[in-house]
Design a protein around this ligand. Sequence first.
Ligand code: C2E
Ligand code: MG
Ligand code: MG
Ligand code: MG
Length: 285
Amino acid sequence: KAAQTIESTFLFYREDMNRRAKEHLRLESEMRLALGDKELELHYQPKVSLDTGRIVGAEALLRWKHPRRGMVSPGVFIPVAEETSLILELGTWVLDEACRQIRAWEDRGLHMPVIAVNLSARQFDAHLPERIAAVLERYRVRPDQIMLEITESLLMRGADNVIAIMDQLVAMGLSLALDDFGTGYSSLAYLKKFPISTLKIDRAFVIGLPFEENDCAIARAIVTMAQQLRQEIVAEGVETAEQMRFLRELGCDQLQGYLFSPAVTASEFEAMLGEDRRLLLAALT
Ligand code: C2E
Ligand code: MG
Ligand code: MG
Ligand code: MG
């Protein structure tokens, strides 16, 4: 009886795994088609300066408009893509599209703030600097117009060549931000080893501000440390005026979140810049 139960449990898991594996395969092949079929889009979420209330940057976020599934979240398809080489193709597409868009904006006389692009750890190999240099050249985009957002998992690989590649990117004039800070395992002291100019406090710690004591303590510690290391500090996922006030008092530099704007299409972002809308003031009133 017991053996039978174990066997059927096992079968259940196996079927479940099969189903998930099939679902992954289907997503993966659909993503390959999406790359060719213009189903992918970059949206842009403004980063707002706490000093001036102005838009001082934007994060490019990948969107997949699937003909049947509707809008598929990158939280779903990026992890699937990361299991295969597809993430490299997606990453190439994202960098190319961001630079193409910056060129188009500049050609229309717009003064663009720094655009941040998310990089998967798998994109981080010895050829990354030359690949990025080629895209910058193709679109005549200055390296200081691009920031690369990386995550702690990359630092944890700890390899010397990761630092060497980062140094090369910084020498080229790009800047590096550490995304989702606080969710990984990198120690604070460890951070000094990497040429990172910006820390992004993860939304997980912003959510509880200013009411959750632990979140307040963590946010305060992260901001204090970033200041000591002379890093800029950006808070992600800011949704309320209370969170904003708390982060301003801590001395945070920039905020990003639905309080100001979600990620919007390129043309909506352009309109926002054009209006020079003071998002911070708008959020306060
Ligand atoms: P991330 O880089 O940490 O991006 C921030 C995520 O938080 C975005 O989700 C953004 O839409 C969301 N967000 C921003 N403000 C708020 C807020 O106030 N409240 C809430 N609830 N959410 C907020 P999104 O666009 O779904 O992206 C999820 C993740 O997918 C990103 O997290 C990033 O890790 C990954 N991703 C997105 N685009 C790319 C890409 O082009 N390449 C790679 N490798 N990863 C990407
Ligand atoms: Mg990011
Ligand atoms: Mg993040
Ligand atoms: Mg996050």
